[in-house]
Design a binder for this molecule. Sequence first.
Ligand code: GCO
Length: 443
Amino acid sequence: MLKRADFPENFLFGAATSAYQIEGHAFGGAGPTHWDTFAAKPGNVVNNENGAVACDHYHRYEQDLDLLLGFDAYRFSTSWARVLPEGRGPVNQEGLDFYDRLVDAVLERGLKPFLTLYHWELPATLADLGGWTNREIAGWFGDYTDIVMDRIGDRVASVATINEPWCVSYLSHFLGHHAPGLRDIGATANAVHNVLLAHGVAMERLRARGQDNLGIVLNFEALRPGSQKPEDLAAAATYDDVMNRLFIQPLMTGTYPDAIMAGLGSHLPQRWQDDMDLISKPMDWLGVNYYTRQTIVAAPSEPWPSTRFITTDCDKTQMGWDIYPEGLHETLTWLTDEFTGDMPLFVTENGMAWDDKVINGTVNDSERMDYISRHLQQIHRAIGDGCNVQGFFYWSLMDNYEWAFGYDKRFGMIHVDFETQKRTPKESYHLLKQVIRRDRGGI
Ligand code: GCO
């Protein structure tokens, strides 16, 4: 197993969470989010679960952060609905007070605070105004950015505007799997463009404030064609545009991929081209979320993008996702070669869900230990191949609200008993602590 000494001198080892998934949104004056609305509709979320209590991190954040002693950084998000319960207008000072305390607690433990401004905590009132399909959201997001940065901007080490724009737009407005649960190509095109515009506006506000270390977090999947038939090769190329290039290409070049123009082009807002200069302003770093690989075949009878996944005999996680560590190397080297060059990359999420059980006070998650070890190997390999990867954040610090899957899927390196809120470090946690030790590290 690799150890800290095998990675560059200032390489950061951390863990990641997000506000709605862990805090307990019923506490502290937070307003409702579109996830509360979505979860209340039968069939959207397992057991109609929501983030009202979650991991009660709002009250337990100090004990939770103690578990990160020895790590280098903590990736968290601030909830838009906690700070601005109506999305605009009146500020919930209790919410800002919480994030003020949280950032200080992170710093007190020698951790670098990596802030994500939006990890899907859209205020329900803004969702009622069209949410990401309403172009005005870019200005609303810019105002929220200024309010948060006024309070904690002086102490955060890095700022990501948005987590996974692909999930915010395509997964949520085209596939309908996440809030607001739409299946509408026009809404999708507008959400795609407006989330990029919101990023651009927020970056402008952040630059104006003199804030540095600014980036965004994108999710990527490795992929392969289901066969060498021309139609499957073409389907894989289409899916690569839809999944992997949809956001990195406009952010880095100001253009949309060909398959996106073919499928969404006629639905994009009028004069969308006028926004691309703002959208593609330089960033300081890119967050890369990687979990799995898909195998793609053509689906000619289905509407655009006319692709579908086929299942493989690959080892899978509790989510049913292929375990394919080499895909992380493929993703990092592709991004470096085609888009980012020597721009710093952070693996801002990588982890696996497993049906973890506490037995005699221990969680023996050998599958997760193997997953972490193999993905760290691929990061190490990518660095050796010239990728400027500067950190790894395990997803997630603790078991939490896995969106439409509710609390069934356990990604954490810390087990959470959601009845008692008892935290139990899993064996993978102890392993990672061993890897990152500064004295000798590794095993
Ligand atoms: C994401 C989100 C996380 C998820 C994790 C597992 O990447 O989808 O950032 O909130 O919980 O990825 O699906």
